[in-house]
Design a protein around this ligand. Structure first.
Ligand code: HEM
Length: 138
């Protein structure tokens, strides 16, 4: 198990919760073996070393994500509420605020939708006027 000392300079970034241990992503990245396996899911750091052999989806997939941000893979599988509940027992701290991706902290939904107001290929572009009419109808 990690001790606060193990987090070194990563503990308690500016403007952060003093009750939480913060880890830099470079510290997490070092724990990428079966002897010590950490991963990030939704900005939280988990020490899943003792869970490897218990994972219903197998050890392999976890080791592939070891030391990294596994949020996307975790969500892609569509884990059950039970699986999400299990995460709690492996929680050791949060990703240091300086290492969070901008979109994690971006609460403005219009900015998260890369297709909005965009005419890039792959995006369905609806002119403002038409969008407004559609909005009124539905
Ligand atoms: C510590 C984090 C994780 C926990 C606690 C966890 C837990 C579980 C649990 C309880 C199940 C059984 C099905 C369910 O209840 O959803 C499961 C299945 C599975 N998990 Fe995870 N999991 C974790 C991370 C991951 C990651 C990062 C991946 C992918 C890279 C993954 C891939 C899978 C797969 C492929 C299955 C099998 C699905 C099936 O056969 O239906 N898991 N996991």
């Amino acid at each position: 198990m990690a001790t606060p000392e193990a987090s070194g300079s990563g503990r308690n970034g500016q403007g952060s919760d003093p009750a939480v241990t913060y880890y830099r992503l470079e510290e997490v990245a070092k724990r990428n073996t079966a002897e010590e396996t950490w991963m990030v899911i939704h900005g939280r750091v988990y020490d899943i070393t003792r869970f490897l052999s218990e994972h219903p989806g197998g050890e392999e997939v976890l080791l592939e994500q070891a030391g990294a941000d596994a949020t996307e893979s975790f969500e892609d599988v569509g884990h059950s509420p039970d699986a999400r509940e299990m995460l709690k027992q492996y929680y050791i701290g949060d990703v240091h605020p300086n290492d969070l991706k901008p979109k994690d902290g971006d609460k403005d939904p219009s900015k998260n939708n890369s297709c909005q107001r965009s005419r890039r290929p792959g995006c369905l572009w609806i002119p403002g006027e038409v969008a407004l009419r559609l909005k009124r109808r539905f």
